[in-house]
Design a protein around this ligand. Structure first.
Ligand SMILES: [Zn+2]
Length: 255
């Protein structure tokens, strides 16, 4: 397993300062979160490419810009966010992009299905043409999006991924908050290709807990060797991030 940090935590900083902060903490790998880019700059992927090259960091994964469509009229915007994120993933040589279902949990089922189909009919072939794998993230009950448990994720995957090619980004914080950790691991353990690592409310783990140990053991038993991406609340102090990094450096030696 490879330790990584989501740079979304430094999204308030300018891009060069953002990546410098990641480096100062001693990380080598990042998940590039599209919220680190100001909206008016979101088509200038070369600036991100240059900043990443200058930092020497590896971009293991990219978190797509997300829109949870509340009305079919918003489909085009969700498609735009997905495609521009894929362009950025290509520029940063990220082989994997984390996506949400892109539909609001408030939509009626039939409309939800139509919106899911329309968004992913555009995004999935574009990702394929760029050689980038998509990984659907489990959401929390606080999210406006749809897809917090196995039943909901199965509905989404049935529409957007009938061939079972899509990966799963397992967000442990969301899984603990929804009390779905074991169900999600049983259903998707072998499809996981990225992990968002945090305790409830995206607080960092700074010591081992029985839940964390069970999670890592199960993941290891599924043969997981991918990123463990610390995805932390943006007010997390630097010392806490460093403590969490030290904890995972120690824990991941076992796996
Ligand atoms: Zn997440």
């Amino acid at each position: 397993m490879k330790l990584s940090l989501s740079n979304g935590i430094f999204c308030k900083l300018r891009l060069d300062g953002n990546l410098t902060a990641v480096k100062q903490l001693g990380f080598q790998n990042i998940e590039f979160n599209m919220k680190s880019i100001k909206k008016e700059h979101d088509t200038d992927v070369y600036r991100e490419q240059k900043a990443l090259a200058a930092s020497g960091l590896n971009c293991l994964t990219l978190h797509s810009a997300v829109m949870h469509v509340k009305d079919p009229i918003e489909v085009h915007q969700a498609v735009y966010y997905g495609k521009i994120s894929l362009e950025c993933a290509r520029a940063l040589h990220a082989p994997l992009m984390t996506v949400h279902s892109n539909v609001s949990k408030k939509l009626p089922r039939q409309v939800r299905e139509r919106c899911l189909r329309e968004v992913f009919d555009e995004i999935t072939p574009f990702a394929k043409s760029l050689g980038i794998k998509l990984a659907l993230e489990n959401l929390s009950y606080t999210s406006t999006g749809f897809g917090k448990n196995v039943e909901q994720l199965e509905e989404v995957l049935h529409v957007i991924d009938p061939d079972g090619k899509m990966g799963i980004t397992f967000d442990l914080c969301h899984a603990i908050e929804t009390k779905e950790m074991d169900n999600l691991l049983d259903a998707y353990g072998r499809r996981v290709c990225n992990v968002h690592m945090a305790n409830k409310a995206h607080k960092p783990f700074t010591q081992e807990t029985p839940e964390l140990t069970r999670f890592l053991n199960k993941l290891h038993d599924c043969g997981y060797e991918g990123p463990i991406t610390l995805e932390l609340e943006h007010k997390t102090p630097m010392e806490e991030i460093a403590k969490s990094k030290a904890l995972f450096e120690k824990l991941l030696k076992k796996y």
